[in-house]
Write a protein that binds this ligand. Structure first.
Ligand SMILES: [Zn+2]
Ligand SMILES: [Zn+2]
Length: 162
């Protein structure tokens, strides 16, 4: 299915018993299960683009028990459904986020691996025009800005710590 997913349609108002996670799963046509709810809730609570291990740990705290493999399976289902976006900066593990409906880019710190969002200038994929396409039908340009985050810059400025 290629239906573009409208990110975060649940903008308050309607008071129902459904949690944001439950609403998102239903909207995406996914079966609502406890592991999916826990993983999605853990992701919604973080803007740090956590990796699967961190997500599994947070979901486990909500559920009581959840294997890392189960967390992976849930994450893959959520990515396939367009609810979650997966990015994989070179040299690190896959990272996940719920901001999945747009074409934003990422700033990645070379030192500590911190990731921050950057809005896409044009908003649509592919936002860059290739110098030539070699006959390919291009549908995405993956942009990562590499550098040093404010914390690492501050630590550098403060000199080598003991
Ligand atoms: Zn850093
Ligand atoms: Zn992001």
């Amino acid at each position: 299915m290629l239906a573009p997913f409208q990110n975060r349609r649940h903008t308050g108002g309607m008071s129902s018993e459904q949690t944001p996670s439950e609403q998102l799963l239903r909207d995406a046509g996914l079966r609502v299960t406890a592991p999916r709810l826990a993983v999605l809730a853990a992701l919604l609570a973080s803007d740090a683009h956590p990796d699967a291990g961190v997500i599994a740990q947070a979901a486990r705290a909500r559920l009581g028990t959840l294997s890392t493999q189960s967390a992976y399976n849930v994450l893959h289902a959520l990515v396939d459904a367009g609810l979650v976006r997966r990015i994989k900066p070179a040299g690190g593990p896959e990272r996940y986020e719920t901001r999945a409906g747009d074409n934003h880019h990422h700033l990645v710190c070379r030192i500590c691996g911190a990731i921050a969002d950057v809005d896409c200038a044009t908003g649509e994929t592919p936002c860059l025009t290739a110098a030539h396409d070699a006959g390919f039908a291009i549908d995405e340009a993956e942009v990562i800005y590499w550098g040093r985050c404010p914390r690492c810059l501050a630590a550098e400025a403060a000199g080598p710590a003991g």
